[in-house]
Design a protein around this ligand. Structure first.
Ligand SMILES: Cc1cc2nc3c(=O)[nH]c(=O)nc-3n(C[C@H](O)[C@H](O)[C@H](O)COP(=O)(O)O)c2cc1C
Ligand code: SF4
Ligand code: SF4
Ligand code: SF4
Length: 468
């Protein structure tokens, strides 16, 4: 059976009763992600206010490890619109807004078409099914900033303002889009609603753990044989995800870590392989589900380099409104760069940890509050790698270029000269030495010229070149 797209943000699945529509019986709707948080919030809003429903489809193709929004958006458009309309009905909203990155033309085209077709069929617009329920969907295009996924920055962007977060309170459910109560949901949440309405809460709850029901879509990538989108029941283990579904680590390499939750998440290690995937478990282990990015790393990944990679992304995407994030993430990146160059001291490591804690506690929005996560989690699990860079001036995974050299083993080198011809900077030359059993002189690398491009090692058929 194809499982539904489901995201269960609540630790339990209950039902609640919608206010009866005059023309209808009471409708019992499962208390699912969609309706849940939104309705709980909306509960505090007086009934006569106009309400708005909102979905985030968001703009972040360049976010490391995320592609599945594209699939949900582009292939599950009808389900998302239906879910949004049901959400609108549930909270008494008349308008729903899709916020989509403009550079997703297929998603934009399909959403436009679907909205038009549903309006023509009388399934969106005024007096749907001849009832007094009216609901319209609108489309807003964003320019692709990561921060515009943050709900208050998203509201600003839709209003035509610069996409910067707003201080809270007031929360969007009280004062959101154009000062009206607004709820924000993600497409995966809304896409599962029609299924839950159709099949019922019990069917939905068949999948998952005690606290996280349903299934979850992961964008599985990195050092794993089968990359792509996978939908698994909550409660699947990381081992099943990586080895059974992902087909294990390529080239017989050893699993090192899996980063879940994207730039805001953290790393899980081999000790966590039998952990059940659900919202609480991942948070308890220092990571998060986030939007379902899951990047697998093997023994060849340097965890300091991984932390630096995510920090570069965050620095680019920080909107600059508050100083802990605007300045602090830059300082953290500088320290990480120093570490990867072998220029950092133990004092820098202390500063990095202190900065990470401060930025987590003092930033205005969740982008900054979660920005230190990759650093904190790599420090928690792989401190030995940080120490090797700082104290021994070595990168154990041979990734950080400043701390690594290519070497030719003169005994293995048969003197074919391929590496010498391929080297873009003429750093390789002949020696006077001919290894026993060979006829031609072996080669040597001039470290002062080498730019560490790796072409020689990739080309040598005799495995005479290695990284050290
Ligand atoms: C920096 C940042 C980026 C985000 N990007 C997205 C995004 O691309 N898509 C998305 O649906 N939610 C994104 N979110 C989360 C939304 O703000 C919001 O919490 C979520 O969509 C709520 O949906 P749910 O309750 O249905 O899970 C982001 C949050 C932050 C802080
Ligand atoms: S935490 Fe970062 S992204 Fe959020 S408001 Fe502050 S500067 Fe902007
Ligand atoms: S390609 Fe390998 S075997 Fe050939 S010269 Fe270079 S190091 Fe030696
Ligand atoms: S790593 Fe690149 S630059 Fe260095 S010796 Fe090999 S081919 Fe030349």
């Amino acid at each position: 059976m194809m499982l539904p797209f489901v995201k269960s943000i609540l630790p339990f699945l209950e039902t609640f009763t919608l206010k009866p529509n005059p023309q209808e019986q009471q409708i019992t709707v499962p208390k699912t992600p969609l309706l849940v948080r939104s309705l709980l919030r909306a509960g505090s809003i007086s009934a006569d206010q106009d309400r708005l429903v909102l979905t985030v489809t968001v703009p972040v193709e360049k976010r490391p490890g995320l592609k599945f929004f594209v699939v949900v958006r582009e292939e599950g458009v009808a389900a998302v619109i239906e879910g949004m309309a049901i959400a609108g009905y549930a909270i008494g909203a008349k308008n729903g807004y899709f916020y989509v990155r403009a550079e997703y033309p297929i998603a934009v085209r399909r959403l436009r078409l679907a909205i038009k077709q549903l309006e023509e069929a009388g399934l969106l617009g005024d007096n749907i099914f001849g009832t007094d329920f009216s609901f319209r969907c609108h489309l807003r295009l964003g320019a692709g900033a990561f921060v515009c996924g943050e709900e208050t920055a998203l509201l600003n962007s839709i209003e035509g303002k610069r996409g910067m977060p707003r201080p809270r309170p007031p929360f969007p459910a009280v004062k959101g889009l154009w000062q009206k109560p607004t709820i924000v949901n993600n497409v995966e949440t809304l896409a599962c609603v029609p299924y839950i309405m159709r099949e019922g809460a019990a069917e939905f709850a068949k999948h998952g753990t005690e606290k996280s029901k349903g299934t979850k879509v992961f964008a599985l990538g990195g050092k794993v044989n089968n990359v792509g989108l996978v939908e698994v029941p909550m409660g699947t283990t990381l081992r099943e995800l990586i080895y059974d579904i992902g087909g294990g680590i390529p080239n017989g390499k050893k699993f090192k870590a899996i980063q879940t939750g994207g730039p805001s998440g953290g790393c899980l290690t081999a000790d966590d392989l039998d952990a059940l995937i659900d919202f609480d478990n991942l948070i308890a282990k220092g990571s998060m589900m986030g939007s379902g990015g899951a990047i697998v790393m093997d023994e060849d990944n340097c965890m300091v380099d991984v932390a630096k990679f995510y920090m570069e992304f965050i620095c680019d995407e920080s909107c600059g409104k508050c100083s802990p994030c605007r300045i602090g993430t830059k300082r953290m990146l500088e320290i990480l760069t120093k570490i990867t160059k072998g220029q950092a001291t133990l004092e820098d490591l202390d500063k990095l940890t202190a900065l990470a804690e401060n930025i987590k506690n003092d930033s205005l929005c969740a982008l900054g509050q979660t920005a230190p996560n990759p650093i904190l989690s790599t420090l928690a699990h792989f401190k030995d790698e940080y120490m090797a860079h700082i104290v021994d001036k070595k990168c154990p995974a041979h990734v950080c270029k400043s701390l690594m050299q290519y070497h030719i083993d003169k005994e293995k080198c048969i003197g074919c000269g391929l590496c010498e011809r391929q080297c873009p900077v003429n750093a390789i030359s002949k020696t006077d030495y001919v290894a026993p059993g060979h006829k031609l002189p072996s080669r040597v690398i001039d470290q002062s010229k080498c730019i560490k491009c790796g072409m020689c090692m990739a080309g040598c058929k005799f495995k005479a070149i290695s990284k050290q």
